[in-house]
Write a protein that binds this ligand. Structure first.
Ligand code: ASP
Length: 317
């Protein structure tokens, strides 16, 4: 049995100390702590990376602070449409769901698709129907109602503006995700989101698209992205990082640096990602002001951070 590593995110964007109250900062950090603890416990007791990323993302989905599950933003029609994906780096099996509206934990549906369906990607009614057959937990519409998200939407509902999560005028992305390496050497990634405030109905971002917002491959790395989905889709971000490692021999850090701090920036794509490689190295690059994030390696305490420069290098771990 080897070592384990886990990293999580709760979204990236214009997150600065001045845009935050001390009380809110404490809340975010507590939520990140709680989530990473859930995943680390699974991994420390010899559990699978796939279970660790799913359960960790479920904790984040259940927190209204983040734009996923319970905290999902409103679409143009005043509804919620959630997307999620999960991938196993050992088997390259994947499950993804888009545009689901009454699934309590969309990542659990993605896992069910991975485990019990011949398909990889389902959407809308069909995905919900499959969930019902698999006895996935549903939640009533008011479970997803959050006053903060509602007010955000009211400010733009009569316009064509579709907005990134958290703050009007600021670009923030509240998607959640987890990547992990378990003690058997297997990688996994999971991502879940409510998308963007006032997004067109049936709009799908990068999150559930395997290779764009979510990817895992034992030969290279596991990646979960957050940011302006349209750019991450066109840049095929997660798979691009894996390819740079596989075909060009880049290290995880070099590949992440190239894609997030160079390619995406030139492209105009704001956001970030979390990544772990087959050796347990972790990278958490972002080209925005901040990213809610945390990571932990076996036998070391977890590190939780929000702003730029809070962790100089993960090698400090
Ligand atoms: N990437 C997500 C999307 O475009 C948004 C986010 O990361 O918050 O749907």
């Amino acid at each position: 049995m080897g070592k384990f590593s886990i990293a999580i995110h709760g979204g990236a964007g214009t997150i600065t100390p001045s845009s935050m109250t001390p009380a809110l900062e404490v809340k975010y950090k507590e939520a990140l702590h709680q989530a990473i603890e859930r995943g680390s416990k699974i991994l420390a007791s010899g559990g699978k990376a796939l279970d660790a990323v799913q359960k960790t993302v479920e904790v984040l989905e259940n927190t209204p602070l983040f734009n996923a599950g319970k905290g999902s933003v409103f679409t143009k029609h005043g509804m919620h449409e959630m997307d999620a994906a999960i991938m196993c780096g050992k088997t390259l099996q994947a499950g993804a769901a888009a545009g689901v509206y009454s699934i309590k934990n969309p990542v659990s549906l993605a896992r069910e698709i991975l485990e019990h369906s011949d398909h990889v990607f389902m959407s809308g009614y069909g995905a919900e129907d499959f969930a019902r057959k698999q006895h996935i937990e549903f939640a009533p519409e008011d479970y997803f109602f959050d006053m903060f998200r509602y007010k955000q939407w009211c400010e733009v509902r009569d316009s064509d503006i579709f907005m990134l999560d958290h703050t009007v005028g600021d670009e923030k992305f509240g998607t959640v995700g987890a990547v992990a390496l378990d003690m058997d050497g297997n990688l996994a990634a999971a991502t879940s989101t409510g998308g963007m405030t006032n997004k067109n109905y049936n709009r799908i971002g990068d999150t559930p698209v395997i290779g764009a917002g979510t990817y895992a491959n034992n030969d290279t790395c596991a990646i979960s992205c957050t940011g302006h989905g349209e750019y991450f889709l066109r840049a095929v971000v997660a798979y691009d990082i894996s390819c740079l490692m596989e075909y060009k021999g880049y290290s995880l850090q070099q590949a992440c640096e190239k894609v997030v701090m160079d390619k995406l920036v030139r492209f105009g794509g704001e956001g970030g990602l979390i990544a772990v490689d087959a050796l347990g190295n972790i990278a958490m690059p972002f080209n925005s002001e901040g990213m809610y994030r945390a990571c932990q390696m076996s036998n070391k305490p977890p590190i939780v951070a929000i702003y730029k420069d809070e962790i100089k290098a993960v090698s400090e771990l």
